[in-house]
Design a protein around this ligand. Structure first.
Ligand SMILES: C[S@@+](CC[C@H](N)C(=O)[O-])C[C@H]1O[C@@H](n2cnc3c(N)ncnc32)[C@H](O)[C@@H]1O
Length: 276
């Protein structure tokens, strides 16, 4: 795995800096965010990979929730992620779960998805689980789409997804704390997660603070941690405009990974696009 210097800590004007959120949660990501995802995306991305030439480039591959099924289905994947701890978890899972042949089809690099430079072009580039929403500045999105354009074949496609704002969450008072879940981890540890949303701290940008509390099997406090992220939220039409503004043509919009109309219940928008 290729490593670069660790990414900078998130700097906040009003809050103390915290380590990068995914570095903090890498070891519990699969039981935390991974388990929260309904998983409709996995079959969709595997299916999409069957139509393209290999390898596939996956941006923000994380601990391999999509990467491993892609490899198991016969794909070759180049995965990049900013978080080295997330990539280490993916590497460990690949060793445990994949055959030698499947492992040889995986190539991982620690890199920013706004700055990567690979010496090849791809017919499919993916970015799953709303990872694009971490690019909160127009300049970072412009660099991201420019990098993708640079790395796509003539007829190559970029497919990504992002969350659709949830009206029931939007209706909560600003700064309201939600109890997300209490779960038992495979080693018996009890994990509780709380989330506080600060809405529109900048136009279109929310700040999410997640508080994790770890308890032992008897319910005694073991440790706690807090993560903080800023997310650029998009209504569906705004997401389409953002893609076009960055010089890409929208080929298809799939609510919750299925062809059809966007409904009030739609939680994720998947967009297939290519350079215009
Ligand atoms: C929600 S997780 C998704 C992980 C995986 N794709 C999945 O579906 O489970 C977001 C991932 O994007 C990565 N990420 C966020 N911003 C990034 C950036 N600017 N460059 C590279 N990776 C980034 C994070 O480190 C994290 O692993």
């Amino acid at each position: 795995m290729k490593e670069t210097r660790p990414g900078p800590c998130q700097r906040k004007t009003s809050q103390p800096p915290l380590p990068y959120s995914y570095d903090q949660i890498a070891d519990i990501y699969d039981e935390d965010m991974g388990r929260n995802n309904p998983g409709l995306d996995i079959a969709f991305y595997v299916q999409s990979s069957r139509r393209c030439r290999l390898p596939i480039l996956e941006l923000g591959c994380g601990t391999g929730r999509i990467t491993l099924p892609l490899l198991e289905s016969g794909a070759q994947v180049i995965g990049i992620d900013r978080s080295l701890p997330m990539l280490r978890v993916l590497q460990r899972k690949a060793r445990q779960l994949l055959s030698d042949k499947e492992q040889r089809r995986l190539d991982l690099s620690q890199a920013e998805m706004t700055r990567f430079a690979l010496q090849r072009a791809f017919s499919l580039i993916l970015c799953s689980f709303s990872s694009i929403t971490y690019l909160i500045e127009p300049g970072s999105r412009a660099r991201f789409f420019e990098r993708i354009r640079k790395h796509l074949d003539g007829d190559g496609e970029f497919i990504f997804d992002l969350f659709v704002p949830d009206p029931s969450i939007d209706a909560l008072p600003d700064g309201h704390t939600i109890h997300d879940y209490s779960r038992t981890l495979p080693d018996g540890t009890r994990l509780e997660r709380f989330r506080r949303l600060r809405k529109a701290i900048l136009p279109g940008i929310n700040e999410i603070e997640r508080y994790y509390r770890f308890l032992d099997a008897s319910g005694n406090f073991v440790r706690a941690m807090t993560t903080r992220d800023r997310i650029r939220c998009y209504e569906p039409d705004e997401a389409v405009r953002m893609v076009r503004k960055n010089g890409f043509e929208v080929l298809e919009v799939l609510p919750d990974f299925q062809p059809g109309e966007i409904q009030r219940e739609t939680r994720t928008l998947c967009i297939r696009c290519r350079p215009s």
